[in-house]
Write a protein that binds this ligand. Structure first.
Ligand code: CTP
Length: 217
């Protein structure tokens, strides 16, 4: 690794919470923001490990990729990789709930006998909060997707998730090539990017963890 370069861990995409072998709960996340951050990290001379939920995106050059499906899979991958990282960008849209049980066989509608079907959900752990209990001096960048009262909620999430910065997105960022973001630290808003290509925003976000590039030879 070039001197001054860091090991950057990035999560991206949705999670899938299966209720049987063929059905799952998920969300609209495309994974683009996280993939662009991993690309930007490598372009800035860092080493990048990308923990990706199920997405249809090519791995950016030079990025080490770990594929996961569910929130619990993502937690296991984070527990393995976070201790070796210097910074984490938690861009994944982690499912907040999973079905209480995953059936081995297909859920058959005739078993419900015409009654309304009930799907019991249990809460997934907060992955960021879990891994940042042993954060040390690692830099933590959380993301917040809010549809209302964004600034106040993002500030509360920054504290709750033990993050150094939080990137506030609106729902229009989901599955789109561009996004409008505002970045906050504990003292308030630092900068905003309105309708910017995710690649440009990613390059700016990588600068949060320190200015440097590959050492000139
Ligand atoms: N996150 C996480 N574990 C979860 C849910 C979210 O680590 N179970 C992370 C996301 O990757 C993101 C940040 O926490 O970096 C905020 O995610 P968001 O979905 O906006 O918030 P939630 O914690 O789910 O809170 P709420 O549902 O109240 O908005």
């Amino acid at each position: 690794m070039a001197s001054g370069s860091l090991h950057v861990l990035v999560t991206a995409g949705p999670t899938r919470e299966h209720l049987d072998p063929v059905r799952y709960l998920s969300n609209e996340s495309s994974g683009r923001m996280g993939f662009e951050i991993a690309r930007a990290a490598v372009e800035a001379g860092h080493r990048a490990t990308l923990i990706a939920g199920p997405v249809h995106l090519e791995t950016p050059p030079g990025v080490e990729r770990v594929d996961v499906v569910s929130a619990l899979d993502m937690l296991a991958a984070l527990e393995e990789h976070f201790p070796r990282a210097d910074a984490i960008y938690m861009a994944a849209a982690v499912g907040d709930f999973r079905p209480r049980e995953r059936l081995d066989g297909k859920w058959k509608k005739k078993e419900e006998g015409g009654a309304p079907a009930v799907l019991e959900l249990v809460e997934n752990p907060d992955l960021l909060r879990t891994i940042t209990r042993d954060k040390g001096d690692r830099k933590v960048i959380a993301f917040a997707l809010e549809t209302a009262d964004g600034e106040r909620r993002a500030a509360a999430k920054l504290v709750r998730k033990n993050a150094d910065w939080i990137v506030l997105n609106g729902a229009s960022a989901l599955n789109a090539p561009e996004s409008s973001v505002t970045v906050f630290d504990a003292d308030g808003a630092l900068w905003s990017a309105e309708g910017c290509p995710k690649r440009e925003t990613a390059a700016r976000l990588i600068q949060l963890i320190g200015p440097h590039g590959p050492t000139p030879s």
